[in-house]
Design a protein around this ligand. Structure first.
Ligand code: LMR
Length: 328
């Protein structure tokens, strides 16, 4: 019995305190798949809840469920439509079933850094994407940035030929799959919470993600090393449903949207720093990070960029051009 109590206490300590919602408050459940701390999305979600629970007390109450505790990113989309949760923030790679336009963000070597992503997402073209899934009932509240992605594998990767024949976990994105196949490697789509186990058991040989994900999920511990390719951006869409927004009275909706905007702006400005810290933490923990010479990096560009042509029609050339222009 004592043991059960100790276990229950340990679990309680590991689980974040959920806000207690009062009768009459609109309950806003935000479900996501990443760590609460040291992660751009996890920290943003926690800060959003803190401000809503403080400033909208009596009107609204936010509860955050991190770490795939409630749903993975596929299931959460159904849960939104059922009204079981009100906010989710899957990466832009995961909306292919609802719109092909957001595949834009998966084009390898599209954005050179987060500043370019911000310029694009704040442009008319970027904002127009917020309503790209309205026919299904989803509406984008805004973008949450993570950062650029790096490759890792169970052997050193310096040139694309090192990746040949390996199996890489990818997000549920046809573009990510095509990009991996362009390397002569195999892609396996897996939910985020399955990646560590798949790497550890050798179900896949490698993966690609940001430093904050590689560090907080401990992927580096079950890989030979990480190669700093900066090959693709990881950005999220905070989504809700029209039905939920319409259910709020005007004042509550305005206040909620304005707090969302303030918190996402504040946290988007911190994501690059969080990824730098995660990179350093990986090095401090004994992980290996390999950097590429300009010639080696060009080989990755040459191998993967041809996938743009394959997806240009479904994404739209105007959108791609607008994103490319944001690099300058
Ligand atoms: C992934 O599946 O790799 C990411 O989308 C997870 C996340 O939310 O950062």
């Amino acid at each position: 019995k004592a043991l059960i109590c100790a276990t229950a206490l340990a679990l309680a300590a590991a689980t974040p305190a959920l806000a207690d919602c009062d009768d009459g408050e609109v309950v806003i459940k935000f479900s996501h798949v990443v760590a609460e701390k040291g992660h751009p999305k996890g920290e943003m979600a926690a800060a959003l809840a803190e401000r809503i629970n403080d400033e909208m007390d009596g009107k609204a109450c936010m509860q955050v469920f991190p770490n795939s505790q409630l749903y993975d990113d596929d299931k959460v989309m159904e849960a939104l439509l059922l009204g079981d949760v009100q906010i989710a923030a899957p990466s832009l790679s995961k909306f292919g079933a609802y719109t092909r336009k957001l595949g834009l963000f998966d084009l390898p070597f599209l954005f050179q850094d987060l500043a370019a992503v911000d310029r694009f997402t704040e442009s008319d073209a970027g904002k127009s994407l917020l309503t790209s899934m309205q026919d299904v009932g989803y509406i984008g509240l805004g973008y949450i940035n993570n950062g650029l992605k790096q490759f890792s594998a169970d052997k050193p990767l310096l040139t694309p030929s090192d990746a040949k024949g390996l199996k890489f976990r990818v997000q549920t994105s046809d573009i990510a799959q095509a990009m991996i196949e362009a390397l002569g490697a195999n892609a396996q789509k897996l939910a985020f919470n399955e990646v560590y186990g798949a790497l550890q058991q050798g179900v896949v040989d490698g993966q690609e993600n940001t430093y904050t994900n590689i560090y907080t999920q401990k992927f580096f511990e079950v890989q030979d090393g990480i190669t700093e390719t900066n090959h693709q951006i990881l950005t999220y869409f905070a989504v809700t449903t029209d039905e939920f927004l319409d259910s709020l009275d005007d004042e509550t909706r305005e206040q909620f949207l304005s707090i969302f905007k303030a918190v996402s702006d504040e946290y988007n400005a911190k994501s690059a720093q969080l990824n730098e810290e995660a990179k350093q933490a990986i090095i401090d923990a004994g992980g290996t990070i390999r950097t590429l010479t300009p010639e080696q990096r060009q080989q990755w560009v040459d191998a993967m960029k041809p996938v743009w042509a394959e997806f240009e029609d479904e994404i739209g050339k105007d959108l791609i051009d607008a994103a490319v222009a944001a690099n300058n």
